[in-house]
Design a protein around this ligand. Structure first.
Ligand code: PMP
Length: 379
């Protein structure tokens, strides 16, 4: 059951997490339990925040988080290694080309929104970049079609599989040419449904949406790429091999972030896994898209067939242009007063955005659409 005393949190990230995770994380901050903070295990009498990352109590948390990431997210263990790295997803904009660029080869990108634009800008520091397709001219309201064969000969091919700001999403991880390592930024939809993550040679996701808290990035990398002798020279800290050899303990990890990741993955598993997340996320996003498509005031930003189930930007474009900004501000203010928080759109496109990550309750989506319908009748 939803906790009716809490506001409905539509924040894009850091984002809503399950209440049980908050409670269990608070418990570990008070006193960590043995066995990776198992609920019924004895406490060690010290906070997670004050114990060594090299000691057994934290090691159990660390190893279990990695184990769960493989099993819950279906990241194949025989082919891929999981790394838990600092620097958020933005650090991967640098680490990917620092490791995967090859002299004499360009890298390929699909430009689907602000985050891919940022990744492209960083990759240019390491060599030539080929943008295979871009939807920038239509305010990134769709996933542009791509002839994947155009990536042949590239050092890697980068795709942002859910576009947090513009609300578009790839239906599944694309099938791309075999010889070109596919890199995905799955930050804003990882864990939201079953996905063929193993198709990617390298994937990454900032944890602060479906996986936990900010400052931690989950990376999975195909084992043959870790120590590839063709990799360019790079500072030790930026090399995947450094972190892979040290099991993500080369430097002091974000121990709290790793614990929260573990608790979130345990929660997903206990709920029935990514299949159950998928059903709930579909129900929530269908409710909102149906309302938007049947409204003469509200409109979805993303085109049908390209729409994200996680991050849904919308506008009040049905209002006359002269009233639109005032009406949008009134909608957001009234929504906020009614306990719908975090609905303001990203500053780059304005309007509104409802991010409904895994932990967001179906009741919240129902409440939002009935408020929108009621607002439209009055507007
Ligand atoms: N990629 C995507 C798709 C994102 O949504 C974000 C953050 N919202 C980032 C990258 C950057 O993540 P971070 O702030 O953790 O560096």
């Amino acid at each position: 059951m939803a906790d009716t005393t809490r506001p409905f949190n539509f924040s894009a990230g850091p984002a809503i997490l399950p209440q049980e995770v908050f409670e269990r994380a608070a418990d570990a901050v008070t006193a960590l339990r043995l066995g990776g903070h198992q609920a019924d295990a004895p406490s060690i009498g010290l906070s997670l925040l004050e114990v060594s990352h090299r000691g057994a109590p934290y090691q159990a948390v660390h190893d279990r988080a990695i184990e769960l990431a493989h099993s819950v997210l279906n990241i194949p263990k025989d082919t891929h290694q999981i790394l838990l790295l600092p620097g958020g997803a933005s650090m991967q904009f640098v680490m990917v080309p620092a490791n995967l660029s090859r002299s004499g080869q360009s890298s390929s990108f699909v430009e689907t929104g602000a985050w891919s634009t940022k990744a492209i800008a960083e990759a240019r520091h390491f060599g030539e970049v080929q943008v295979l397709a871009s939807s920038s001219e239509s305010k990134f309201n769709h996933i542009p079609s791509v002839n994947w064969d155009d990536a042949e000969g590239s050092s890697f091919l980068h795709v942002t599989t859910n576009n947090t700001i513009f609300g578009t999403e790839y239906e599944d991880i694309p099938q791309t040419p075999e010889g070109v390592p596919l890199v995905i930024d799955a930050s804003s939809h990882i864990g939201s449904r079953p996905m063929a993550l193993g198709r990617a040679a390298l994937g990454y996701a900032g944890a602060q949406k479906n996986l936990g808290c900010s400052g931690l990035c989950l990376v999975f990398i195909r084992r043959d790429l870790i120590d590839d002798p063709a990799a360019p020279s790079a500072p030790k800290f930026l090399k995947y091999a450094t972190h892979a050899k040290a099991n993500s303990l080369f430097n002091t990890p974000n121990t709290f972030g790793v614990l929260v990741l573990k608790l979130v993955l345990e929660w997903v598993e206990a709920q029935g896994g990514v299949e159950v997340m998928d059903r709930r996320n579909k129900e929530k996003s269908d409710l909102l898209y149906d309302t938007l498509d049947n409204s003469s005031l509200f409109a979805a930003h993303a085109l049908s067939g390209h729409r994200s189930r996680m991050t849904i930007p919308f506008t009040l474009d049905g209002a006359p242009e002269s009233d639109r900004d005032t009406l949008t501000a009134r909608f957001l203010e009234e929504a906020n007063d009614k306990g719908f928080q975090g609905l303001k759109g990203h500053r780059s496109i304005g309007g509104c955005r409802a991010s409904m990550y895994n932990a967001f309750p179906v009741e919240g989506a129902r409440a939002l659409v009935s408020f929108m319908q009621e607002f439209e009748r009055r507007a």
